[in-house]
Design a protein around this ligand. Sequence first.
Ligand SMILES: Cc1ncc(C[n+]2csc(CCOP(=O)(O)OP(=O)(O)O)c2C)c(N)n1
Length: 255
Amino acid sequence: MAELLGRVDGASKGLGGSMHLYKKDHNFYGGIGIVGTHVPLGAGIGLAHKYRKDGHVSFTLYGDGAANQGQAYNMAALWDLPVVFTIENNQFGMGTSARRASKNTEFYTRGDYIPGVWVDGMDALAVKTATAFAKQHALQHGPIILEMDTYRYHGHSISDPGSTYRTRNEIQGIRRARDPIEHVRNLLQEHSFADSNELKRLENDIKKHVTEEVEEAKRSPPPPLCYLWKFVYKKGWGAKLRNVELGRGFIQLPS
Ligand SMILES: Cc1ncc(C[n+]2csc(CCOP(=O)(O)OP(=O)(O)O)c2C)c(N)n1
């Protein structure tokens, strides 16, 4: 939350925001602002796992729009890297639909020499099962594509109302028929794991928790100005960055 708000206590010290959430000690290698670069980066992380023989798998997540970039599949397949290329097909890229932007919208078939599976991304249990299968496959046989079929209710960003390339009826119809949260709610109630009161209580607790986290994040200050260059080069390299000598303290810009 602090990172989303650009605060110094954020996972990327407030420098990354929503584009660069990053937490190495949780094996989370971040979002990247350049669409499609997740594929080579994820293959590289897969190579590190294989090299270290640590038994881990790289889950590399990107969108249907990004899937048209297609880099590094060859290397991942050639070296049997443990990578699950996970395509979140939410039917839309930036301001247009997958149908208008992609010749083949069956993304799980697009690996050529890499096998692929399709899963209903709105069904939590199906996602769990498909993910476990893909992980085992990646460990035993190398890369696999996992297409998660989902849906984006909103526009791409605040400059995209999200209604120029589809109808409001379509959005409401998907919400009614496929909403993943409602689906889990129904399953829990149908199988008597929880009743509506318990679920309401749970929802309120979660809302309270999120509000508290937001308040805590807001109490964190923005990063200091010197962070603009502090992390550009490794400390102690002696490299010069616009007259700033690294390793000898940092020059504060006048406020
Ligand atoms: C190389 C590059 N080109 C264009 C953009 C601008 N851009 C940001 S997100 C986006 C659409 C991504 O669509 P998709 O991969 O389907 O992901 P979604 O936002 O639907 O989850 C574009 C074109 C970018 N960030 N990087």
